[in-house]
Ligand binder design. Structure first.
Ligand code: DAH
Length: 370
């Protein structure tokens, strides 16, 4: 082809390139297209090979024309490539951002719950479903309510079962939640269903299994024809609910002046499953629920006729149950303000404190963990 034909061809190629670039949006396609034009075998690139066919005096001009065209094409492709890359990055950035300032604020769970509180709430929910009311009583209690009203007269040896903090005003720090049995009978009369979670105090030397401050949940159900099987059925429901699995129970006789008969309901040890460990003193059982049928003297003191009504009562060791549930082997952790003992609201299934190895200090049974 002569020079004018060559220039025309180059012009057509460049026009073609301009049209193509305007409609190409894919970066890869653009790169491939560039090669198809300026590459050795491309429509422009291959013209280089024809330079030798021109008379020697024209070859320089032909080469220059082709090269300049190549440079223009490359510059146009690069410009379009830059445009496409910028568009692409902007699109990706907008997709990656999930922040939507128009959405309402979602509250994040804040703070956490003490293990004893967590178990207390579970018990309250379970009993509320069974028709029980949740009551509270004072921690500073009349001596009469803590003892006499519960069939423990001043000279009774059963007073020795509970080491008491006596206050200068003649009152006591309650040694158990049982005084609220008396208060509830006076307040509501019969029939009656209450539970009383609360803090109790005993004059104790503190060690891994003894605390001077611990929690119980008192339970009291008074109605016509209440008997021990009602009590055992309730105990089974309650403990299975808290441990979130079926538990085995064992019933033994027990002595408490405010019940007759008195029983001890034991649960198979939840740490070793019943095979025997330090926590259950190798017995496989944990004393968890002292209970019994309310003594007629206690009903009478509460203004309820024992000929007409019977009832059961229990004093659940809340602190001990929390230790069982969460695997704490040292009771002192619970009152020490150790933040690692707190139960995350997201995982009420367990505390963040590392569990100690089996065979370490036991949570031996004692009144002050009950
Ligand atoms: N108050 C008792 C204690 O702290 C526990 C208890 C035993 C409570 C038997 C009861 C009961 O209501 O029936 O040792």
């Amino acid at each position: 082809m002569d020079i004018s034909e060559l220039n025309q061809t180059i012009g057509e190629i460049e026009a073609d390139v301009a049209a193509k670039l305007a409609v190409t949006t894919a970066i890869d396609a653009l790169r491939g297209y560039e090669t198809a034009i300026v590459g050795k075998k491309g429509s422009l690139g291959s013209l280089i090979a024809s330079i030798k066919d021109y008379p020697p005096d024209q070859r320089g001009g032909v080469g220059q024309a082709i090269n300049e065209a190549k440079q223009r094409v490359q510059a146009k492709v690069a410009e379009r490539l830059g445009q496409l890359q910028a568009e692409h990055a902007a699109k990706e950035a907008s997709q990656a951002s999930t922040f939507d300032p128009t959405l309402p604020a979602t509250p994040r769970p804040m703070g956490s719950v003490h293990p004893v509180t967590a178990v207390q709430w579970e018990i309250e929910r379970a009993f509320e479903r069974l028709g029980f009311t949740v009551e509270a009583g004072p921690e500073m209690e009349e001596e009469y309510n803590n003892f006499e009203a519960l069939n423990i007269p001043p000279t009774h040896p059963a007073r020795d079962m509970q080491d008491t903090f006596w206050l200068k005003n003649g009152m006591v720090l309650r040694t158990h939640t049982s005084p609220v049995q008396h208060r509830s009978m006076l307040k509501f009369g019969a029939p009656l269903r209450v539970i009383v979670p609360g803090r109790c105090f005993r004059y104790e030397t503190i060690d891994a299994s003894h605390e001077n401050t611990f929690h119980q949940v008192e339970g009291l159900m008074i109605d016509r024809d209440i008997s021990i099987p009602n009590l055992i059925a309730m105990a089974r429901t309650l403990l299975a609910e808290v441990m979130q699995r079926e538990v085995e129970l064992r019933v033994r006789p027990g002595y408490f002046p405010f019940v007759e008969p008195g029983i001890e309901i034991d649960m198979n040890c939840q740490i070793c499953g019943g095979s025997g460990c330090a926590t259950c003193k190798r017995s496989g059982w944990i004393e968890i629920l002292p209970a019994g049928m309310v003594h007629p003297n206690v009903l009478r003191a509460g203004g309820i006729d024992p000929e007409e009504y019977t009832g059961f009562a229990f004093g659940l060791g809340l602190t001990r149950l929390a230790m069982m549930k969460f695997g704490f082997r040292d009771i002192r952790v619970l009152n020490a303000g150790d933040l690692r003992a707190l139960v995350s609201p997201r995982r009420l299934g367990g505390p963040t404190i590392p569990r100690r190895q089996e065979g370490a200090t036991s949570t031996a049974s004692c009144d002050s963990t009950s």
